[in-house]
Ligand binder design. Sequence first.
Ligand code: NCD
Ligand code: ZN
Length: 333
Amino acid sequence: MPGIEIRAPDDFHAHLRQGAPLAAFARRHAAGFARVAPMPNTLPPLATPAALVDYVASIERAAPGLAVIPVFKLIPGMDENDVRALAEAGARIGKYYPAGSTTNSGDGIRDPAEADEALGAMRDLGLALAVHAEEPSAPVLERETAFLPVLDRIVRAHPGLRLSVEHLSGAAAVRWVEEAPETVGATITAHHLCFTLEDLLGESLDTALYCKPLPKSGADRAELRRAACSGSRKFFFGSDSAPHEPARKAAGAAGVYAAPVALALLAGCFEEEGALDGLEGFIAVHGAAFHGLEPNRGSVRLWREDWTVPEAVDGVRPLAAGRTLRWKAARSA
Ligand code: NCD
Ligand code: ZN
């Protein structure tokens, strides 16, 4: 079976949720990834040292083979002492959610000035900032582009702060990242590389593909593919795997369960772009370098094999359910 073996990958953006479902989601992640940055939009949020330490321990208990990069949630008014205490508890990344932008973001930042003191402390302590870059008051397809002035403001106000724009979805944001200083990078998901708004809405509504930010046009996807396959160290993988139980999904929750299919989708995308030799950089090298982490040990094997994505995985309808994919992936020892 033709295949490739590359360094075990990182996922710099995933939702492993909390409570009983967490164990299955963490183990699913461990089947493909050596390390994960789990997002802090739990209820209550991961915004205190105790909550963060507990959460990391619960993932390590459930999936001992999965290393965790601790991420805390920025809450309006957090001060320097709060950030220092989180850093001492192991935090490496702070996540900025504009209030009202996505799942459980009602307690997010309303105005970037509310985060200035925390962001200054993060820069001084060497923590990275990850941003959900959508302006909730803008029309839904324009939210990412409408947020770029806020990113400009953050970069100007906090030079030297490492900033990752999360789940890039549009051409304007890709170009913004490319033109930004070297301290700015971005994650890109497998679904934004593989699908467009047509796949989500064109034939019938595919709720398994409904997420924030929305997948956009073919031209946007082409720019994302160009960036991911360019070899630029600014771009690296974050799955934004975001499982929702069926009842919440039926009620309209945004988020795709990408973990079971992400590596297969990525291999197909990089193969189509004639860039399979760049896949390792995108999933296992660039992000670790950006975040100042050692590269993972071990490897992942990817091989050509047709399979149809099941309708349910871990009690959730996964991304690409019912579609036939051409690659499979599994971590080696
Ligand atoms: C994520 C979730 O459900 O937690 N949803 C999504 O559509 N991506 C939150 C997020 O990353 O925006
Ligand atoms: Zn997310």
